[in-house]
Write a protein that binds this ligand. Structure first.
Ligand code: NAP
Ligand code: MG
Length: 491
């Protein structure tokens, strides 16, 4: 070991007084509804929507059957032909800007809903999810009348929209994923049927309300709810031109198989097992903050999480000690409390998955380090955890845990770091921590990952493309690249 680590102070000498955000002014109905053709319609096949931090039922949500999906697709088709396709880009942009402003105006309400329904800390919903969702609409509003310049040389008409986009999103960033999907589709002149995830319909329902208030022509955006079967009905609908999916690799493969041989265009944003690589010359205290952000942001429910930590052997003891100390300062509990760092696991099913994989980590001989923090009695919570002594072939080094659990491996040379980092079926994200800029560039060109951060982690911006390699999927969201999956460049 190169140097003896000293105990670190993280300003944790005093405990925080509770600072809960009040949900009292946030209103939602006892039963949610689908939003089709500009109208909310009651729906049926209701199922409960749970607050994962309290296990209380927040509301009930309808599940769309094939007939409902068909009506939503028809509404989107009519809106495409009648309103959206003929509308000049500069007019479409006005609607997108209006949605962005309304998200900003309702930011507090949206943040509370996101936190209550998803389990994420209010601080993250408030400072990340909601502002980034608004930023996506603003950013793509800017492209709506500049598509000819984004993809020049295609004649007077420029690139053309595809038609109706079917979009399916997961539960980890419900509002933000809806924004990532809807904003580029509308900017490029397509209309949308979006299916929200079954456990997190609330902010999508609220977004539908915003879209109605923004006076979008009826049917341009349709938001439906339901389970996997609803998503499958949307994927298999013959009048859908494009499918955009974010979720598990397993379901991504099912979708790819089911649309094979059709003319539907497809983008898949799937799982990941991001390598976060710490060199001995890195600013270790900053790197520790990057590790924390990489694995414990949003309880680790992040497809691009830095869930595999690769540490240069000479500093591994130091990193483990500092990480343990830092982990113990994380406040775990009520997501609505502004002091909370780690909220609730999104569902009991996801908690079961995490428990199963952690047990596998122990069975395979990993050394578990856990915060001794007290967990709330009710709700789905999991202590921030990391494993040292992990072998590259073990399940916790290979499989996506999608929870607050980090696996630590070591390396001795950059070549070994690259080999270990790329030893995964995934390829979504990676992080590199070093004092040497040249090393960042050299590593970044050797790593097979769609997004690579240098001396930072989990930074998002609408101008920057995001997406994967290998089993992490294909296609990009964000930036100019994010327009492409929604355009026909053949004319
Ligand atoms: P999932 O089952 O793939 O769900 C994603 C979305 O697809 C949900 O709206 C889901 O509906 C829907 N769906 C399920 N089966 C479908 C089918 N056969 N056809 C069409 N749509 C279908 O993922 P999840 O259950 O939310 O999360 C499980 C895993 O997904 C996580 O552990 C993680 O590995 C991965 N994940 C990746 C990302 C990412 O950004 N890349 C994000 C979240 C999760 P239901 O909600 O009803 O299941
Ligand atoms: Mg699922």
């Amino acid at each position: 070991m190169s140097q003896k680590p000293v105990d670190l102070l993280f300003g944790d000498l005093w405990s925080y007084a509770p600072a809960p955000e009040s949900p009292s002014h946030v209103k939602y109905p006892k039963q949610l509804s689908h939003f089709i053709g500009g109208q909310f319609e009651p729906g049926d096949n209701f199922f409960p929507v749970i607050n994962p931090a309290t296990e209380e039922v927040l509301t009930e949500c309808p599940a769309a059957d094939a007939a409902t999906v068909d009506r939503a697709v028809k509404a989107a088709r009519t809106a495409y032909e009648k309103y959206w396709r003929p509308m000049p880009g500069r007019e479409r942009a006005k609607y997108l800007h209006r949605i962005a402003r309304m998200i900003q105006e309702k930011a507090r309400e949206l943040a509370i809903l996101e936190s209550m329904n998803g389990g994420k800390p209010i601080r993250e919903a408030r400072d990340v999810d909601v502002p980034l969702a608004a930023a996506h609409f603003s950013y793509y509003a800017g492209w709506a009348d500049k598509l000819k310049y984004a993809f020049p040389g295609l004649g007077l008409d420029g690139p053309q929209p595809l038609g109706v986009a079917g979009q399916i999103i997961p539960w980890n960033f419900p509002l933000l994923m809806a924004a990532w999907k809807i904003a580029p589709a509308l900017a490029t002149g397509n209309t949308v049927v979006l299916k929200a995830a079954e456990t997190t319909p609330l902010t999508c329902w609220k977004l539908a309300e915003i879209i109605q208030e923004a006076d979008l022509p009826p049917g341009v955006v349709n938001i439906i709810h339901g389970f996997g079967a609803t998503g499958a009905a949307l994927v298999n609908h013959p009048d859908v031109n494009k499918i955009a999916f974010t979720g598990s690799t397993e379901v991504g493969k099912i979708i790819q198989r089911s649309i094979a041989g059709t003319k539907k265009k497809l983008t898949l944003e799937l799982g990941g097992k991001g390598a976060n690589i710490i060199f001995e010359d890195a600013a270790i205290d900053q790197a520790v903050e990057g590790i924390v952000n990489g694995i414990w942001f949003n309880q680790g429910h992040v497809c691009c999480a830095g869930s595999r930590l690769l540490v240069e052997e000479s500093v591994v003891d130091q990193v483990i000690l500092k990480l343990q100390q830092r982990m113990e300062t994380l406040v775990v509990g009520d997501p609505l409390d502004k002091n909370t760092d780690i909220g609730a696991i999104n569902s009991r099913a996801q908690l079961d998955t995490i428990n199963e994989l952690v047990q596998a980590g122990l069975d395979e001989g990993g050394i578990m380090h856990q915060s001794p923090c007290k967990l709330p009695e009710k709700g789905f919570f999991f202590r921030p955890t990391f494993f040292s002594g992990v072998t590259p072939s073990s399940r916790i080094a290979q499989e996506e845990i999608f929870g607050p659990v980090l696996a630590i491996l070591t390396f001795r040379t950059p070549a070994e770091a690259i080999e270990k980092a790329n030893n995964t079926p995934y390829g979504l994200s990676a992080g590199i921590w070093t004092d040497k800029g040249a090393k960042i560039f050299a590593m970044a060109s050797a790593l097979k990952a769609g997004v690579i951060w240098g001396n930072t982690f989990n930074k998002f911006d609408p101008t920057s493309p995001f997406g994967g390699y290998k089993e992490s999927g294909f296609g990009r969201e964000g930036g100019r690249h994010g327009l492409l999956p929604y355009l026909d460049l053949q004319g």
